[in-house]
Design a protein around this ligand. Structure first.
Ligand code: COA
Length: 261
C-alpha cells in the first residue's frame, strides 16, 4: 500500500481487495477517486471494508467505483453489504474483422486537429446521459459532463489514446471517438457520441460504420467497447453492425465525501 492509501492491496481473513486512484478524475470530483480493481471473497466472508473506507475518507477520497464480472455474485453481494451500490450492468460489444466489410458510409473518421478539440470536448460535455455517472443520482450532472469533456481534451496528444473527428459528407463535425490500440491488435473504443442536436436521424449508424472502416483500414484486428445496458440506442447500433457480446460486468459506486461540482 502506498503511504496515503490511494493505491494498494488489503488481505482480510476471507477477502482480498486491490485498488488504485483514478488520478484523471480528481479535478472533476473535487477530491480523490478510487477504483477497486479486483475483489475476491470467500462465501460467508465476515471481513468489513469499513477500515479501508475510513482510511480513504481521511486521504480525501470522495468517490469509489468498482467494475466486476457479473458472474462474481458473492463479491457483488459482499460489496453491497459494505456500502457500495450497484449502478448498472455494463455490456462489452466486440467485433472481429473477418472478410471484407459489407457496408459503406457517408461519413469519415479523421484524427482530430488542434483547432477542433474545443468543439469535440463541448460535444462530449453535452451528449452523455445514460452511463454510470449520469445514472448515479448522487453525482451532479455538471461533474459527469465536465468529466467527459475533459477526457476528450486530454485524449488529444495522449501517449496511447487517439481523438477522432467524425464528419458528414459536407465536412461538418457530427461526432467524436476516443480509441486505443490494445496489445492483441484490437482497438478499444473508450468514448464516442454524436452531437446532441444530430441524434436520432441515422447519423450514428453512418458514423459508427465510418469508425469501423477506419479502424480496419488502419490495421485493427477487431474492435471492442463498453456500454451501459440501459443505452438501447447504441445497443441497436452494435447489434445491427454484427457485434457479439463478451461477459457483462456490474458497476458499483460508493460516495465517501462531498463531490464538489
Ligand atoms: C447512441 C448514439 C451514438 C446513436 O446515434 P444516433 O444518431 O442518435 O442514432 P441513429 O439515428 O443512427 O439510430 C441508431 C439506432 O438507434 C435507434 N434510435 C435512434 N433514436 C432513438 C431513440 N430516441 N430511442 C430509441 N431508439 C432510437 C434507431 O432506431 C436505430 O436503431 P434501428 O436501426 O434498429 O432502428 C447517439 O444517440 C449518441 O451519441 N448518444 C449519446 C452518447 C452515447 O450514448 N454514446 C455511445 C455509448 S457511450
Amino acid at each position: 500500500m502506498d503511504p496515503d492509501g490511494l493505491n494498494g492491496t488489503w488481505q482480510g481473513a476471507g477477502c482480498r481487495v486491490s485498488w488504485s486512484e483514478a488520478t484523471w478524475d480528481r479535478p472533476h470530483f473535487g477530491g480523490a477517486v478510487v477504483q477497486i480493481t479486483s475483489v475476491e471473497v470467500e462465501v460467508g466472508c465476515s471481513d468489513s471494508l469499513a477500515p479501508l473506507m475510513e482510511m480513504w475518507r481521511k486521504a480525501g477520497v470522495v468517490f469509489v467505483s468498482c467494475r466486476i464480472p457479473a458472474s462474481r455474485v458473492a463479491e457483488i453481494i459482499w460489496m453491497q453489504q459494505q456500502g457500495l451500490q450497484v449502478i448498472e450492468t455494463a455490456l462489452y460489444p466486440e467485433l472481429s474483422f473477418t472478410g471484407a466489410p459489407t457496408w459503406s458510409t457517408t461519413c469519415t473518421a479523421e484524427p482530430a486537429q488542434a483547432q477542433e478539440v474545443a468543439l469535440l470536448s463541448q460535444m462530449a460535455e453535452g451528449t452523455f446521459g445514460l452511463e454510470r455517472l449520469h445514472a448515479d443520482p448522487r453525482v451532479p450532472n455538471s461533474v459527469a459532463n465536465r468529466r467527459y469533456g475533459g477526457w476528450v481534451t486530454s485524449s488529444f496528444g495522449h501517449a496511447s489514446q487517439r481523438l477522432w473527428s467524425m464528419k458528414d459528407e459536407t465536412g461538418k463535425i457530427v461526432g467524436f471517438f476516443v480509441t486505443q490500440v490494445q496489445a492483441d491488435g484490437y482497438w478499444y473504443w473508450h468514448l464516442n457520441g454524436i452531437a446532441p442536436e444530430m441524434q436520432g436521424r441515422g447519423v450514428g449508424r453512418q458514423v459508427w460504420r465510418a469508425m469501423l472502416l477506419r479502424s480496419r483500414a488502419d490495421g485493427a484486428l477487431g474492435v471492442r467497447t463498453c456500454v451501459t445496458a440501459r443505452n438501447l440506442r447504441v445497443l441497436r447500433l452494435y447489434w445491427g453492425l454484427g457485434f457479439g457480446f463478451a461477459e457483462p460486468a456490474m458497476t458499483l459506486h460508493a460516495i465517501l465525501g462531498d463531490i464538489r461540482p
